[in-house]
Structure formats: C-alpha cells, structure tokens
Write a protein that binds this ligand. Structure first.
Ligand SMILES: *Cc1c(COP(=O)(O)O)cnc(C)c1O
Length: 452
C-alpha cells in the first residue's frame, strides 16, 4: 500500500467541516488536543479507519500512530471486534440492568490483573480515576491526595491540578472553574523525585488518603519511572496507611497483559483502566483490593453510579479485544520490537527518546540539534553531565523541549502520510497492525523530517 498522498494533498472538505464545527462546538472539537493547537494548522476530519490506516474526509490516507490515544492496540476496525459489536447491537443497546457480559469482562480483567479482586465498570477514564480517588478517601477517611506534575488523570475537578515547575506547596487549579478549595486537597509532587513525595507525606502526616500515579507516565510524553521509584511509592504509602492508585488508563493491557504490575513488579491497592479495556468504545474500569472495593455502593457507603455503566455494546468490544490479546501471545513482543525500531530511528536524529514497551516519545530537548564536536572529546564526567541533561525524567524536563521544532516535525510527517500525535507531550502508540514494512517506512520519514 502507498503511504499518504504527500505534500499538496487536498483538504477542502476537512477545512469546510472545521469551519462549520467551530461555529457549533467550542474550538470545533470535542476534546481540546484534536484542534492541533500545539502544532498549528487545521485538523483533518476522519471518514474511516482500517488497520494502521486512517482516512480523512478528502480521501487522504495516513499511517496512524495516535490510535485514538491508545485504545487501538489491534489497529482500527479489527474484524473480530466489529463482528462481535454488530451482533450484540441487535439485542438492544442498553438496558440499565445487569448482563452476563459485565461478569465476563470483570473476570477477564481479574485474570489479566490478579490484583483486581473486584471491578466496577464505568464509561470513561476520567470517571474511573475520580471514582477510585473517592473510594480511597472513603476507605481511609482522609481528604488529601498526592499526584505528580505532568500526570493526567482525566478532567475531574480535584485532579486538574498539575502545578508548575518544581514542588508546589500551594495547590492551584489548572483550569478555570475549579474551586481552589477542591484543588487544596490535591498535593503535587515531582515525578521520579522521592524527596518531593517524602516531604509532602511528612508535612501532611496522617492526612494523605492516596498517592495516584501513572506507573509509566504517558501524558507529558512517555516518562518511565526510574528504578525503584514505584517501589518507593509502594513503601511510603504502606508506612503511612495511605493507598497507592495506579492510573493504568494508558498502561493497562498496553505494557503487558497484566499492565504495569506485570511490567514493573510493583503492586497497587487500586487500579484504573480505560482506553484498551473498552476496545474502542466508551468503557473504563476501576478496582482492586476486595476490602477497599467493598466500600462501593450498594455494598458500602461510597456512592458511584452510571446510567450507561457496563453498557453491553462497549462490554462486548472490550471482551473481544482482551480475548484477542490473551490468545495471541506474540502481540506484545511484536509491538515492542517495532516500537524499538522507531526508537532507534529517532535516536539517530539526535532526539532524546523514552520508550516503555510500545509507548514512546521523542523529545526535542535543548541542544538536540547541536552536533557533537568531534575534535574535542569531552571528559567522562562532562559526557555524563550532558547525557543527564538530555534525559526527560519529569514534567519540568519535558517542558524545556522545543515545541516549534516539534511542530515542524509533525507537519513534515503528516505531509508524508504519517499521523503522529499533534503535541510534544503525547505518546506515540504502536499497534499490531503496524507491519514491519510500515515501520521501516516510518523510520525513513523520521530521518527525512528531523534534520539538525
Ligand atoms: C486518557 C487518560 C485518562 C482519562 O480518560 P478519558 O477516557 O479520556 O476520560 C485518565 N488517566 C490517564 C492516565 C489517561 O491517559
């Protein structure tokens, strides 16, 4: 198959649609990043997608590395998933009463992630994390939580606090419309910085309900935890009778079938899942230890509900997707290996790359395009310092990247028929539909697009 049509592609229909959309929908989109604000230009409107391809309203075709921001681990419109969804639709779309599928999906989730002793299905990742935090507060009887700058946990009021650079002692909301009172209970630490967590724990002794963390951060670009960091979080929460919540909305069923726990060996008390677990439909889940989940209504006093929770169509998409992942044991090896190839291509260009399994980000760190002067080989210490400087380990590091260089790269890739996320702070998602041949072509496009 040919890659997209390249420079000079016709985008008339997308432009017309965007014009109309802006009149009707704030910014023309139903989720901000879709508007291409960080890279300039106008978004394309999607007509359909198949396997690794996404096709816009004007018939331009792109290799898609956004994969709907994570759900598309099998590529688009997997025939088995589509078939199952079509079939279940004929039985009715929603009942607001329990179905066998909800039991089956919950059992599959527990099989993959044994720590999910009890599971509650909801409709979005936002809802899952919001609910898990509520359960943690209900269970511990404490109000405060610790999160990390640059970790995204959906758009619920108490979690829209990111803090600027460095450790914040004052909690300030990230969005207009979030009362400062809500944000006051959200303390922000620095990812990969144990001392910042220890300090907050000490200053708020006996008041922390939970630490919520992306076990591999993927919303400031991909930032893996340093060796021992998650283990440290496990220990400090235990010592302080606080809970550890792994927000696995991205990492769940992505890093491995068992998510971050299998990938890192660290156990959390509560987990949240979204994206892949719904197989492309609006479905998410939270759960974990039985004694904690027993607090959830109607079993316990923590209220959480949803008209469309456990929707039978979404549940079917989730079940079918997870079954494919369980049956085809080679998937994770394949997608990880392909992502490693992309990583290699990015490294050749001088960018700083973080990768965890099939998630990766290439960062335009300061100095990425300054060639090493061959005649003066720096001393070992200096080399180490320079390497350190190029590492992206937290939000502050990510924020130092050259966003204009990223925007240039984004548009050059798009012109070559390759769609990567329109922001420096998002992951590149590799799916099982990205063939070795397409990966090779993508590597070629990367080399062409990024020149120091
Ligand atoms: C996407 C995401 C969410 C929010 O999920 P939605 O389904 O968009 O509400 C929460 N946490 C993480 C880590 C995510 O990546």
């Amino acid at each position: 198959m040919d890659a997209g049509k390249g420079v000079g592609m016709n985008t008339t229909k997308s432009q017309q649609l965007f014009h109309k959309a802006k009149e009707l929908i704030p910014g023309g989109v139903n989720s901000p990043v879709r508007a291409f604000g960080a890279v300039g230009g106008q978004p394309f409107f999607v007509e359909y997608a198949q396997g690794p391809w996404i096709v816009d309203a004007d018939g331009n075709r792109y290799v898609d590395y956004v994969c709907s921001w994570g759900p598309g681990i099998l590529g688009h419109a997997h025939p088995r998933v589509i078939e199952a969804v079509k079939k279940v639709c004929e039985n009715g779309l929603t009942f607001g009463a329990p179905t066998a599928g909800e039991v089956e999906l919950s059992e599959i989730i527990r099989t993959c992630v044994p720590d999910m002793e009890m599971v509650r299905l909801v409709s979005s990742g936002t809802e899952a994390v919001m609910s898990a935090v509520r359960v943690a507060r209900g269970y511990t009887g404490r109000d405060k939580i610790i999160k990390f700058a640059g970790n995204y946990h959906g758009h619920s009021d108490g979690l829209l606090v990111k803090a600027g650079s460095g450790l914040m002692t004052q909690s300030v909301p990230d969005s207009a419309g979030v009362p400062e009172d809500y944000a006051a209970n959200t303390l922000t630490a620095v990812y990969n910085d144990e001392e910042s967590v220890r300090k907050l724990m000490e200053e708020n002794n006996g008041q922390i309900a939970a630490i919520v963390v992306e076990p591999v951060a993927a919303n400031m670009g991909v930032v893996p935890p340093k060796d021992g960091f998650l283990k440290f979080l496990r220990n400090i929460t235990e010592e302080n009778d606080a809970l550890l919540i792994f927000d696995e909305v991205i990492t769940g069923f992505r890093l491995s079938l068992g998510g971050a726990t299998e990938y890192t060996g660290v156990h959390a008390d509560l987990h949240t899942f979204g994206k892949i677990v719904g197989g492309g439909m609006p479905l998410a889940a939270y759960g974990g230890r039985r004694d904690i989940m027993s607090c959830v209504a109607p079993l316990g006093p923590v209220y959480q509900a949803g008209t469309l929770s456990g929707n039978p169509v979404a549940v079917t998409a989730g079940i079918t997707t997870l079954k494919i992942l369980m049956e085809d044991t080679g998937i994770y090896e394949r997608i990880d290996r392909r992502a490693a190839k992309l990583e290699e291509a990015f490294r050749e260009t001088g960018l700083s790359v973080n990768r965890a399994g099939s998630l990766l980000s290439a960062f335009f760190v300061p100095g990425w395009n300054v060639p090493e002067r061959k005649e003066t080989v720096p001393e070992a210490k200096e080399q180490e310092r320079r390497a350190e400087e190029r590492n992206v380990e937290n939000y502050e590091d990510a924020c130092r990247c050259d966003r204009q260089a990223f925007a240039d790269y984004f548009h050059k890739m798009l012109a070559q028929g390759i769609y990567v996320a329109p922001s420096q702070f998002e992951a590149m998602f590799v799916s099982d539909a990205h063939s070795d041949e397409l990966i090779d072509r993508t590597c070629e496009a990367i080399r062409k697009s990024i020149k120091a």
